[in-house]
Design a protein around this ligand. Structure first.
Ligand SMILES: *[C@@H]1O[C@H](CO)[C@@H](O)[C@H](O)[C@H]1NC(C)=O
Ligand SMILES: *[C@@H]1O[C@H](CO)[C@@H](O)[C@H](O)[C@H]1NC(C)=O
Ligand SMILES: *[C@@H]1O[C@H](CO)[C@@H](O)[C@H](O)[C@H]1NC(C)=O
Ligand SMILES: *[C@@H]1O[C@H](CO)[C@@H](O)[C@H](O)[C@H]1NC(C)=O
Ligand SMILES: *[C@@H]1O[C@H](CO)[C@@H](O)[C@H](O)[C@H]1NC(C)=O
Ligand SMILES: *[C@@H]1O[C@H](CO)[C@@H](O)[C@H](O)[C@H]1NC(C)=O
Ligand SMILES: *[C@@H]1O[C@H](CO)[C@@H](O)[C@H](O)[C@H]1NC(C)=O
Ligand SMILES: *[C@@H]1O[C@H](CO)[C@@H](O)[C@H](O)[C@H]1NC(C)=O
Ligand SMILES: *[C@@H]1O[C@H](CO)[C@@H](O)[C@H](O)[C@H]1NC(C)=O
Ligand SMILES: *[C@@H]1O[C@H](CO)[C@@H](O)[C@H](O)[C@H]1NC(C)=O
Ligand SMILES: *[C@@H]1O[C@H](CO)[C@@H](O)[C@H](O)[C@H]1NC(C)=O
Ligand SMILES: *[C@@H]1O[C@H](CO)[C@@H](O)[C@H](O)[C@H]1NC(C)=O
Length: 560
């Protein structure tokens, strides 16, 4: 008996020892930022890449792993990388938005992003977080569950990342600059891409179509990422339904759909069963555009091919039926189907009491610009404030107590109330400028209602919060009603994400617990709008003691 107990203890010790070792895996990557000539759509052009690859390399890790990425900048641009959706607990130094959590990595320099992946598993992505460089500098992050932990859905036979992107024939930095100099929206993109390729409806397709080979009867997990700069995208596969099982690296209640919608920044994992008659089927992605203004947008369809094994490539693929570009009801219905899994193992810890209520209006504006084409420039604001980027990292300024870099007076409510989504307002569209942050108490619960307005025009805005996931309590069209709308909140299993689509002429209410101290960026993930100032930052205070405080900065943190 004693022998038995001893053996059991010994075995338990062995298991404990080895599972700790498995959890403490370190994954190392070398990311060289280089210019590479890439040929797409009959154009050869130099673009900024990581290791010469477009899209860039995938980071593979398991929940609990430590990831060390040495980023060395060999190009003329300043560079930072953001690990989109990773919480970086107390470790904002490696979050990446330029001048928010760090000064950029300058030409010829390196910075090592060293972080742990704690309590997260699923599909996320990394991208440049300075200027518009993320157009070509991006890649997937695949976080597998801890060793031996199964998915809460049928095990797929194979997994594949599907990265949706946006392509300009011209240098994307030249496009951005032209827009900024003229004060008007820059040229829209020339194509969308699926895993870096535009597909059959463009010239020079031979080497530029992505194909996924499948076998009849097998199940595939597609890890789909919207890495586009400015376009929300529908995605569908001809003849096949998809089962959505995860959004933004959070498991959700599975549901079946013939098309999905992703805003820039969002990720969606779907199960695809190759159960149709063996053939060739297009996968396709196209813009969802719900602005009221007749502005130009990239309406081109990117395609890839779902290729059943053994079918000759001469067979013409079938095209899926994508929702129309302005099908708002599809978008609302699709988003309404998203719910957290909320199982005993993966609970949705929805804050039920709110310590701090925030209400931010999203507005388009027009400010004076003597050098611009008609003396004005388009701008954007939250609570009528157009955010001005500082000259040094906000997190450094906060940590080191450097004064004069920002103020802590970002208002909890807009300066004026009006019929936000009423008739378009086209007069007095000026905004105020400032580097104003909102101070949040450690571990307090925050509700933020993001309200679109019809200043100039309504438009949908995917808002991304760094350092946190949040729960989407509800979304609606029209003006948020604080008396009636909270009754519609899903307090049980709301979707948990890092990026929420605020509907055009509508609102979204989100909640989170501010248990990650630091300076965390909140911004529209349409890069055009970020450029126009649709951004702000939260300063989440330290709690009690070192375990609830921002970690000391890494030694090689770049200086400005
Ligand atoms: C790209 O191609 C151009 C023209 O052939 C060449 O001048 C340039 O050096 C190449 N750049 C790189 C980074 O290979
Ligand atoms: C990062 O990479 C650069 C270039 O390869 C190298 O010089 C540097 O020593 C590396 N840094 C670390 C911390 O490994
Ligand atoms: C990552 O985890 C390791 C092991 O628990 C710990 O020593 C290290 O401080 C953590 N790093 C960060 C940045 O939290
Ligand atoms: C934008 O489009 C206009 C009209 O097609 C063209 O003249 C201009 O060169 C383009 N600018 C850039 C930066 O691509
Ligand atoms: C896809 O789902 C719809 C609705 O549930 C169903 O009507 C249709 O038959 C399904 N299609 C396939 C190919 O399974
Ligand atoms: C976009 O393309 C679709 C399909 O080709 C077409 O039905 C629609 O009218 C186009 N919309 C615009 C605004 O060009
Ligand atoms: C929007 O999409 C849904 C579902 O695909 C479809 O039933 C509906 O007819 C579409 N509406 C419009 C206006 O195209
Ligand atoms: C500014 O100039 C552009 C280009 O000429 C024009 O399309 C636009 O209507 C003008 N906008 C305003 C607000 O005057
Ligand atoms: C706001 O504007 C909308 C659209 O013009 C209108 O239907 C609504 O009655 C207005 N609401 C208020 C409170 O004035
Ligand atoms: C925004 O601020 C500007 C500048 O102070 C002011 O002229 C404008 O009326 C304000 N607009 C709103 C909607 O509050
Ligand atoms: C934050 O508050 C919650 C609810 O009061 C509590 O359960 C939790 O322990 C707190 N966390 C920290 C780190 O203080
Ligand atoms: C790069 O960053 C440094 C430090 O912030 C700044 O002084 C410099 O002007 C930037 N260079 C470019 C090309 O933007």
């Amino acid at each position: 008996m004693a022998f038995f107990i001893q053996t059991t203890l010994f075995l338990a010790f062995l298991l404990a020892c080895c599972s700790i070792q498995a959890d403490a895996d370190t994954k190392r990557y070398q990311f060289d930022i280089v210019m590479s000539n890439i040929s797409r759509l009959c154009h050869v052009k130099p673009i900024v890449t990581v290791n010469g690859r477009f899209p860039g390399p995938t980071i593979y890790a398991r929940e609990g792993d430590r990831v060390i990425v040495n980023v060395t900048n060999h190009v003329q641009y300043n560079m930072t990388l953001h690990w989109h959706g990773l919480k970086q607990i107390r470790n904002g130094w490696v979050d990446g938005p330029a001048y928010v959590t760090q000064c950029p990595i300058q030409t010829g320099s390196s910075f090592t992003y060293d972080f742990n992946i704690t309590g997260q598993r699923g599909t996320l992505w990394w991208h440049a977080h300075i200027m518009w460089l993320r157009a070509t500098v991006h890649g997937a992050i695949v976080i597998l569950p801890k060793a031996g932990v199964p998915y809460p859905f049928p095990k797929p036979d194979l997994e594949q990342e599907i990265i949706l992107g946006e392509w300009w024939h011209k240098d994307v930095e030249v496009v951005e600059q032209q827009g900024r100099m003229l004060g008007v929206p820059p040229n829209v993109s020339d194509a969308h891409l699926i895993n870096g390729k535009a597909g059959l409806f463009f010239p020079c397709v031979d080497t530029h179509t992505y194909a996924l080979q499948v076998e009849q009867g097998k199940t595939y997990l597609l890890r789909i990422i919207n890495a586009a700069l400015n376009d929300e995208l529908f995605f569908a596969i001809a003849g096949h339904n998809m089962t959505v099982v995860e959004i933004d690296a959070v498991y959700c209640k599975p549901f079946t759909t013939n098309a999905i919608l992703l805003s820039p920044g969002q990720t969606t994992n779907v199960l695809l069963v190759a159960n149709q008659s063996p053939g060739r089927y297009f996968m396709a992605a196209r813009t969802y555009d719900d602005t009221a203004l007749p502005l130009p947008f990239d309406n081109k369809t990117a395609t890839a091919i779902l290729q059943y094994k053994g079918i000759p490539t001469t067979v013409q693929p079938i095209m899926p039926k994508l929702p129309g570009p302005s099908n708002i009801s599809f978008a609302m219905d699709f988003n309404a189907k998203l719910r957290s899994l909320n199982s005993p193992k993966y609970t949705a810890n929805v804050p039920l009491n709110v310590d701090r209520n925030l209400f931010y209006t999203i507005g388009m504006g027009v400010n004076a610009c003597p050098t611009c084409i008609n003396g004005t420039q388009l701008t954007a604001s939250l609570n009528n404030i157009t955010f001005v980027m500082p000259q040094m990292g906000l997190l450094q300024a906060h940590y080191n107590g450097i004064k004069g870099v920002f103020t802590l007076d970002f208002p909890d409510n807009p300066p004026t109330t009006f019929n936000y989504t009423g008739a378009p307002l086209t007069a007095n569209l000026g905004t105020s400028l400032g580097t104003r942050l909102s101070k949040i108490k450690f571990n307090s619960t925050v509700e933020l209602v993001l309200q679109d307005t019809n200043l100039l025009s309504v438009e949908s805005h995917p808002f991304h919060l760094h350092g946190y996931n949040f729960f989407i309590m509800a979304r609606g069209i029209g003006n948020f009603d604080p008396a009636k709308d909270p009754a519609k909140y899903n307090l049980v299993d709301p979707p948990e994400r890092n990026t929420v689509g605020v509907p055009a002429g509508g609102w979204a209410a989100i909640r989170f617990r501010a248990n990650n101290p630091g300076v965390w960026f909140l911004h529209c993930h349409l890069e055009l709008h970020t450029t126009w100032g649709l951004k702000m930052a939260f300063l989440v205070e330290d709690g009690n003691g070192p375990e609830e405080s921002v970690l000391p900065p890494p030694k090689d943190l770049p200086a400005c």
